[in-house]
Structure formats: C-alpha cells, structure tokens
Design a protein around this ligand. Structure first.
Ligand code: HEC
Ligand code: HEC
Length: 323
C-alpha cells in the first residue's frame, strides 16, 4: 500500500462509500494533462504525512507568515475575490491538501511552490494554526430566481434546501450530513470546513468534483464528492456556493438580541452549554439521513494529544444572508 496514511482513511472511506452508496454514479476518466512543475514535484508528499504527528500551532503560526499575503495571518483571505479562506479548516485536511499541491496531484501553479518548501510536519503545524482560527463569513445572495425550476425562490434558498435536505429523488445527499449544519465539517482529513468560504472557490471546487477528473492517485475522498456533485446543475452549484458563503456558526447572545430587536419578531434563546440545541428561530431542522456518517464516531485522527472532537454544533440560526 504505497499511500498508506497514519490516519485511517481506508476505514473512513469505506464508511463514507457506504453512506453514499445510494448515489452511485460513474465518473469521467482523467484526460492527460501535465501537472505544473514550478518546483520539483515530490511523489511521496502524501505518503510522508504518515510519519507526522498532530500539528504544533505555535510553529504553525510562525510558518504562517509565508501564507499571510494571500490567506491572511489568521486564514481569512486578504482579497476574497482571489484567495480562498483557510481559517477554521481541519488540521489534517489542510496538511493533506498541502501534500497534494506538493506532489502535483492537485496541480496549482500558485500553491505548488509554497507547498514545496514545507516538510510534512510543517504542513500539520500550519494546519493546527489555521484550524484554530475563526472563519469569517460573507453574504449570501437573496435575489429572486426569475427562471428555471426554482423560479420565485431566493437564490440562496435553492442552496439552503440542498444543503440541508439534499434531493432524495435525484439521489443528492444533504451536504449537512458530512459538512455539518454550520459548515464546520468534521475534524480529520476528510470532511472539510466549508462555512463562509468565498463562493467563487466553492463553485469551482464543485465544478471540479462534478467533472470527476483528478490527478490524485488515491481518489477515494475525491470520489465521495464527485458522486455527490455529479447531478448538481450549474444553478444549484452557484446557489449552494452563495448559501455556503453566508453559512457560519450562529452569533452570540448579544448579537442575537440586537437582531431580535431589529426584526421585532424572533425570540432570543439563551445560550446553553455544550451540546445545547434549544433554538427558537430555527424551526425546520431536518433529520440527518440515516446511515450518514455521524461526527464523532468517524474521527480518524491518531494522535492521542489531539483535541477532543467538537461537540455537534447547534443548528444554524442565521446562515441566511445579512442584506
Ligand atoms: C501567492 C498567494 C498564496 C500564498 C502565499 C499561499 N497560498 Fe494557499 N492558496 C492560494 C490560492 C490561489 C489557492 C486556491 C488554489 C486553487 O485554486 O485550487 C490556495 C489554496 C490553498 C489551500 C487549499 C484550500 C482548500 O480549501 O482546499 C490551502 C490548504 C492553502 N492554500 C494553504 C496555504 C498555506 C499553508 C500557505 C503558506 C505556507 C499558503 N497557502 C500560501 C494562494 C496562496
Ligand atoms: C458523504 C459525505 C459528503 C457529502 C454528503 C457532501 N460532501 Fe462535500 N466533501 C466530502 C469529502 C470527503 C470532501 C473532501 C474531498 C477531497 O478530499 O477531495 C468534500 C469536499 C467538499 C468541498 C471542497 C472544500 C475545499 O475546501 O476545497 C466542497 C466545496 C464540498 N465538499 C461541498 C459539498 C456540498 C455543496 C455538498 C452537498 C451537495 C457536499 N459537499 C456533500 C464529503 C461529503
């Protein structure tokens, strides 16, 4: 097993494949393309992650100086139109993507030289630093859809529906099942944080998954998303990206009180302890589909010193746009 990894991706992938088995679909074969070669590509970059341990956020913060010009020191993009955010992204997911840039399996002319400078442990240290930062959210588009199957809905509502419920008839699973109600993802290498991400980037990633082509040698994780994205229309991809740009953990009690005053309608629930779910604004939280991977059980990280898996976050009260 050339690409054996320290974290139990194989077991996890099996779980995931089980979860989306109902959405079987074929993916397009990979066309011949030369990956970028700005710096020498390291074939072993992904496999080398197996010898790393949980990242050291302090060293990560030092290394993050190199990334700051584009991603910001705290991982919130400096120019949202050009660079994706990486704040709040999972430690191992960041390390894994950096390794993919370094090996050329995820060809990107901008990121490849930066990734090439990093040791496998650096990647995890950077992951630990950025995963501890709070992601900013943007604003979802609440313009009205004027044509097509979703005519009359607000644009972000199209995305919201798919994000929360999927479309069982078309075998599209709810995004929330794997990325969480607030887009926080699941700690580990597999289910990335997607809340607040800039919409152009989410759109492009979804198009890449839908196209089904990748240079990744171990394409199991890619294929999970390729299967999910396979049936999405252009309009749905854009609406999802817009909704997700506005998606974030719900605001604190003070902000909610202010919003309640503004609207004069919503009731402000008191913030409970960990795991509290009381939320009087949210009225239609759907069930997570049976068989979907639940958050903590699939935690695949090996390091004993890893932070405990985050408690399931309460349902999002305000993933909506803030016009
Ligand atoms: C010159 C600008 C620039 C610098 C410096 C830079 N990046 Fe990036 N980064 C980008 C761009 C552009 C992308 C989007 C790549 C794409 O289009 O797929 C990206 C993507 C990423 C991703 C993938 C995000 C995801 O959600 O999959 C990670 C992780 C990342 N960068 C981490 C870093 C780290 C860590 C550093 C510092 C060592 C760094 N970047 C330095 C421009 C930069
Ligand atoms: C069965 C689990 C599962 C479901 C359901 C799911 N995803 Fe994913 N998603 C993943 C995995 C696994 C990855 C990482 C893929 C990789 O590493 O190449 C991912 C990656 C992504 C990314 C890339 C993030 C980044 O930083 O580059 C986006 C965007 C995304 N998913 C959006 C969605 C949307 C939108 C939906 C609903 C239509 C959805 N996902 C449903 C498992 C899932």
């Amino acid at each position: 097993m050339r690409q054996a990894r320290a974290y139990a991706i194989a077991g996890l992938a099996a779980l995931v494949v089980g979860a989306v088995a109902f959405a079987q679909s074929e993916t397009v074969p990979l066309p011949e393309e030369t990956p970028v070669e700005a710096a020498p590509l390291d074939d072993n970059a992904v496999a080398s992650l197996a010898e790393t341990q949980w990242g050291d956020p302090q060293n990560g913060a030092t290394l993050a100086g190199t990334c700051a010009a584009c991603h910001g020191l705290d991982g919130n993009s400096v120019i949202r139109d050009v660079y994706p955010g990486i704040a709040g992204q999972n430690e191992l997911y960041i390390a894994h993507q950096l390794a993919l840039f370094k090996s050329g399996e995820r060809p990107n002319a901008i990121m490849q030289p930066f990734a090439a400078m990093l040791s496998p442990q650096d990647m995890r240290d950077l992951g630990a630093h950025f995963s501890a930062q709070a992601a900013q959210a943007g604003i979802a588009d609440d313009g009205e859809v004027t044509e097509g199957p979703y005519e009359g809905l607000k644009f972000y509502e199209v995305g919201q529906t798919i994000y929360r419920r999927g479309d069982p008839e078309r075998q599209i699973p709810a995004c929330m099942a794997c990325h969480g109600p607030t887009g926080a993802g699941i700690p580990g290498p597999s289910y990335p944080h997607v809340g607040g991400q800039v919409s152009w980037y989410t759109t492009r990633r979804l198009q890449e998954f839908r196209a089904g082509t990748t240079h990744e040698r171990d394409r199991r994780l890619f294929d999970v998303m390729a299967t999910v994205a396979n049936r999405l229309t252009d309009q749905e991809i854009q609406a999802l990206a817009s909704y997700m740009e506005g998606l974030h953990a719900r605001p604190d009690a003070a902000t909610r009180a202010q919003m309640a005053q503004l609207e004069g309608t919503v009731e402000v629930p008191t913030r409970g302890g960990p795991g509290a779910t009381g939320d009087s604004v949210q009225t239609e939280m759907p069930e997570v589909p049976a068989g979907a991977p639940g958050a903590p059980e699939v935690e695949p990280t090996d390091p004993p010193q890893a932070p405990a898996p985050q408690a399931e976050e309460p349902p999002p009260a305000e993933p909506e746009p803030q016009p």
